[in-house]
Design a protein around this ligand. Structure first.
Ligand code: AMP
Length: 222
């Protein structure tokens, strides 16, 4: 019996952290499209050049390339494996692709669920808008992880700055993209009764406990 879990959430939802925490509880295979694309990008090929073009602009990579990568990964899935998908599907085309592939590779007793780490727009803006960065790579948050001296890096004492994609206009754009991409996918999964909504605005440990409780109830983890 296989288990497929589709993890998703808006920017700053803490989805990545939650996947890492879940890995400590049970052995899941992670299929992260973003990570696979970054690996593929390093190769010297026509596809790598095409991937680079889209990745660098923060745009979605064309569905044909995502299909190639997904198909390669699906072939490697073992009979009793538990798989977490991070960053897939991200549009209607990819959702259709997923449904087609699941019809071929999954059986009736396989478990298929989607975990949605929910935080509202205001909280996204609070989390991303408060982020401050330093040239040396250190990052801070004015509320949750403030530097000792306001606006100055603890490690190298340089002046902190706000990253271009953390400004409020770009943040609003990223939120809009998320809602447009996932709105229809979410409604579809809700109708199929496979959507698990988690309140991502709680403490990291509470969010993690909520996810574990849900998966325990479904007998996916012990
Ligand atoms: P992530 O690691 O999820 O933040 O994704 C990094 C980048 O990879 C995104 O900005 C997109 O350019 C690309 N990407 C990730 N997932 C997908 C997907 N399902 N379809 C197309 N492009 C994707």
């Amino acid at each position: 019996m296989k288990t497929f879990i589709f993890f998703f959430g808006p920017p700053a939802s803490g989805k990545g952290t939650q996947i890492e925490l879940l890995m400590k509880k049970a052995s899941f295979k992670i299929i992260s499209i973003g990570k696979l694309l970054r690996e593929e990008r390093k190769k010297r090929s026509e596809i790598a050049n095409l991937i680079k073009l889209h990745l660098d602009k923060g745009e979605l990579v064309p569905d044909e390339i995502v299909e190639l990568i997904i198909d390669k990964e699906l072939k490697k899935i073992g009979a009793n494996e538990k798989i977490i998908f991070d960053g897939f599907p991200r549009n209607q085309n990819q959702l259709t692709l997923l449904d087609n592939r699941l019809k071929k590779i999954s059986s009736k007793d396989d478990k298929i669920y989607a975990i949605y780490v929910r935080i509202d727009s205001q909280e996204i803006k609070r989390r991303l808008g408060g982020r401050r960065s330093c040239e040396c790579g250190s990052t801070y948050h004015i509320e949750f992880n403030a530097p000792k001296k306001t606006g100055v890096c603890d490690s190298c004492e340089k002046k902190l700055f706000t990253r271009a994609d953390d400004n409020s206009r770009v943040i609003s754009e990223r939120i809009k993209i998320f809602q447009t991409e996932f709105g229809p996918i979410m409604s579809y999964w809700k109708k199929k009764n496979i959507l698990i909504e988690i309140n991502g605005e709680q403490d990291i440990k509470v969010v993690s406990a909520d996810i574990e409780n849900e998966l325990r109830d479904l007998k996916i983890i012990k």
